[in-house]
Ligand binder design. Structure first.
Ligand SMILES: Nc1ncnc2c1ncn2[C@@H]1O[C@H](COP(=O)(O)OP(=O)(O)OP(=O)(O)O)[C@@H](O)[C@H]1O
Ligand SMILES: O=C(O)[C@@H](CO)OP(=O)(O)O
Length: 290
């Protein structure tokens, strides 16, 4: 067994190919390639007869293995994300977008790549609020976001669908702010995702980045609902019936994003959407590693 030694504390941990694989995926290569590189690194360490290795050595060996395989750009990206990690830069990513566009799927993939352990869904925050605040007091939080217009009275001249939606978003945003405050205080990395992440409702601090996820049209949204229903108790019917409303909410969120300069990421191919977010994060975090 090879032991990884922490230079500062002297603490030792067994070398894990799985952990290295995950950190290599930060460079943008897929898991299969990352696994192959991690295996090559492990083989080289064994060949060198190493019993103890530092994280610096692993990093250098991984970097040079990527270069040897012609993956120069990926090697630079790998180094970038490792440096960010070492400097303990706090990172919070917020993903918004209409119901069913793929926020939680993208969040899971991003969390894996970024090594973020905490994903907070705003549906869960809403669920907690439902337990503590009775339907009679705050009816909007007790229904789906696209049905809130059925339980609140919109002022004259205002689109009831958007008014109902905004009302729920405003209430759930109180919970999102609490989660953000805690992660700021504790320096935690997190991904917060959900329909209630809407540009303009939450103030962002340094190194907190918001993205709005979209689908190109109604057809892809319907495909997502049917796909989800295959493996989840969330049947498609309720969402399919309300797809026009959900698309209208998407238009509203995109307008707000454009107005406020929040990046809009189209989710057609999951891989491309995740890569687009990773690239944008890298650009915006560059100052932290220079
Ligand atoms: N790019 C994609 N290609 C194919 N299927 C996708 C893609 N993105 C997401 N999906 C599928 O679409 C379904 C809905 O995605 P997901 O549950 O992530 O959406 P969501 O935006 O989090 O929804 P909600 O707001 O209702 O919680 C899932 O079954 C997911 O696997
Ligand atoms: O309110 C909504 O739009 C969705 C978001 O995930 O929740 P639910 O599936 O509970 O309707």
């Amino acid at each position: 067994m090879i032991l990884v030694v922490d230079k500062e504390t002297g603490a030792k941990l067994p070398f894990s190919r799985g952990i290295l694989t995950r950190s290599i995926t930060l460079s943008g290569v897929d898991v299969g390639v990352a696994y192959a590189i991690a295996s090559a690194v492990q083989k080289e360490l064994i060949k060198r007869g190493k019993r103890f290795v530092t994280t610096d050595e692993i990093r250098e060996l991984t970097y040079s293995t990527l270069i040897e395989r012609g993956l120069r750009e990926e090697a630079e990206r790998y180094l970038f994300w490792r440096t960010l990690r070492r400097r303990k830069v706090r990172l919070t990513v917020l993903l918004g977008g209409a119901t069913g566009v793929g926020k939680s799927t993208i969040a899971t993939e991003l969390a894996f790549r970024l090594g973020i352990l905490s994903i907070i869904g705003t549906d869960t925050i809403r669920e907690v609020l439902r337990k503590v605040i009775a339907r009679e007091l705050l009816p909007d939080i007790h229904v789906s976001s696209f049905l809130a217009s059925n339980v609140v009275n919109a002022p004259r001249g205002i689109d009831p669908l958007i008014y109902g939606f905004e009302t729920q978003v405003k209430h759930v945003s109180v919970g999102i702010k609490a989660v953000l405050e805690r992660s700021r205080r504790e320096g935690l990395n997190a991904i917060i995702e959900g329909i209630h992440v809407v540009p303009g409702f939450i103030e962002l601090d340094e190194n907190e980045f918001m993205y709005v996820i979209t689908v190109p049209g109604r057809e892809s949204l319907l495909a997502h609902f049917y796909e989800r229903a295959r493996y989840s108790p969330r049947g498609a019917e309720r969402y399919v019936k309300n797809v026009e409303k959900i698309m209208r909410i998407q238009d509203y969120i995109v307008d707000r994003a454009k107005e406020l300069g929040i990046p809009v990421i189209e989710n057609v191919e999951l891989e491309k959407a995740v890569t687009a977010i990773m690239e944008d994060l890298m650009k915006r975090l560059k100052k932290e590693v220079d």
